[in-house]
Ligand binder design. Structure first.
Ligand code: SAH
Ligand code: SF4
Ligand code: F3S
Length: 455
């Protein structure tokens, strides 16, 4: 594309997002950044002028998927080139940061590589690319300028929106690549966050999810320099009338203080559901992981939350087969799961991430053992999820309806415990929060009818 053409013609942008919710937020921001250049979002890769892969590096499978996807995109790029059209390929996100130049070595047809802290430079890099056709790389870690450079004006995220309040991580769990891909922990300024929250509310969101790799470590500053923690920030945001539901993710057990726990009992907009990753139930493994908390401390925390809000429900992440994990360690994880009674969980086989401390450990676990432990853990987790859902039958829950159901006059949405719920006779109520009575628990969702209060 020539520079003049880049500035003037309407162009199509296709973004593929992998990984965590922060990548989802970043993808919205990338679309916002490119909108002044005339880019409109397109669902179809074949029709697009620019494709961005917003990648995840958390496990080997996730990072390798990027290369197979790039192979597929190359075919489309070649087919377009044969017709005289161009497809610019951008790799953004955590694989971009972790692999850098290696991406050009393995996939030389990629035009631009940026990391999670440098994607604000995509418009400049596209202009540069239109002047001289060469591979461009930007992996700078300058978080503050990134948020400063993101446009205030943004497209709607729909009824439920993400807002990044904190980014990066200084915890250095030994298995994890995030401190290397997202960089050091950084909390955004409170007025900056508040302005964005108001903009999100004005676009129609009724639910806001405050994001951070380690959101419970939030310590943003007021304009007068005074520090604000997560609980205080939530109190500010709860004052925005359009927001009916507030949640935050992901928390680290080590950073949860009494103020945020108590807020769950006093702030009705704060959901009674928390993703609180523990990773393992074995103190030995937790220590080897550098998690800085024990299984007992974690269980005490859960107890405190339930004291503040008795209906509090939890989810967690687990890693099985961490270097040195014995069958006894694994049983401790199973015991912890049984002790908590989760609403839902994510579990993974330990995956070696190059450069992390655990990747150098010699006592790596056989793949077969990892697969067997994962299988046993996931069976228990599914059982618990079903138990949690069955216990909802007959209860009154609140559901934010966001789309039509599969059958006539049905609508679907999420309960305050993040369960998927299908509600009968509710198609007219989409975009509302309705009170329902749960009638049935299916494998992955609940069925419900409207209560008198809603119908
Ligand atoms: N900040 C969050 C998690 C970020 S990564 C926290 O502190 O928990 C999301 C999840 O991916 C982690 O909770 C962990 O369970 C999993 N994960 C991270 N590195 C991994 C690895 N090397 N192998 C397997 N799973 C991993
Ligand atoms: Fe990774 Fe640990 Fe930081 Fe979470 S707290 S992002 S698992 S290093
Ligand atoms: Fe993946 Fe990066 Fe998120 S590694 S989980 S996209 S922080």
């Amino acid at each position: 594309m020539q520079t003049a053409e880049l500035e003037l013609l309407p162009k199509k942008l296709h973004i593929v997002t992998y990984g965590c919710q922060m990548n989802v937020y970043d993808s919205y921001k990338m679309a916002d950044l490119l909108s002044p250049l005339g880019f409109v979002s397109s669902d179809k890769l074949e029709d697009s002028n620019v494709v961005i892969l917003n990648t995840c590096n958390i496990r080997e499978k996730a990072s390798e998927k990027v290369y197979s996807e790039l192979g597929r995109i190359k075919k489309i790029k070649d087919a377009k080139a044969a017709k005289g059209d161009n497809l610019t390929i951008i790799v953004a996100g955590c694989v971009g940061q972790a692999e850098g130049e290696e991406i050009f070595a393995r996939a030389p047809y990629v035009d631009i590589v940026v990391g999670p802290q440098s994607y604000q430079t995509i418009p400049r890099l596209l202009r540069e690319l239109s002047r001289e056709n060469k591979n461009l790389l930007n992996l700078d870690f300058a978080i503050e300028p990134k948020f400063d450079a993101l446009p205030e004006e943004s497209a709607s995220q729909g009824l439920s929106a993400f807002l990044t309040i904190q980014e990066g991580c200084d915890k250095f769990c030994k298995f994890c690549c995030v401190p290397f891909t997202r960089g050091p922990e950084f909390s955004r300024g409170v007025s900056d966050i508040y302005r964005e929250a108001l903009a999100i509310a004005s676009k129609g969101a009724v639910e806001i999810n405050l994001l951070g790799q380690n959101v419970s470590a939030f310590h943003g500053k007021n304009p007068d320099g005074s520090e604000v923690n997560l609980a205080k920030l939530i109190r500010y945001i709860a004052q925005i009338p359009n927001f009916k539901r507030i949640s935050y993710t992901t928390s680290h057990p080590r950073d949860m203080d009494d103020e945020i726990i108590e807020l769950h009992g006093t702030e009705p907009k704060l959901l009674p559901f928390l993703h609180l990753p523990v990773q393992s139930g074995s103190d030995k493994i937790l220590k080897c992981m550098n998690r800085k908390h024990t299984a007992e401390e974690y269980l005490k925390l859960i107890e405190k939350f339930r004291k503040a809000r008795p209906d509090m429900a939890f989810s967690s992440d687990f890693i099985v087969g961490y270097p040195g994990e014995t069958e006894e360690d694994f049983q401790n994880t199973m015991d912890l799961v049984k002790a908590v009674g989760y609403a839902n969980c994510y579990s993974f086989k330990y995956s070696i991430r190059p450069g992390t401390a655990a990747s150098y450990m010699e006592n790596q676990i056989d793949e077969e053992i990892k697969a067997d432990r994962l299988d046993r853990l996931q069976k228990l987790i599914v059982e618990q999820q079903q138990q949690f859902n069955r216990a909802s039958i007959g209860k009154k829950l609140n559901v934010l309806l966001d789309k039509k159901g599969r059958h006539e006059n049905q609508a679907t949405g999420k309960s305050e415990y993040m369960q998927a719920v299908t509600v009968e006779n509710a198609e007219d109520l989409i975009e509302k929060i309705v009170e329902v009575q749960i009638t049935e628990a299916r494998q992955n969702s609940l069925m419900a009818t409207l209560t008198k209060a809603s119908s």
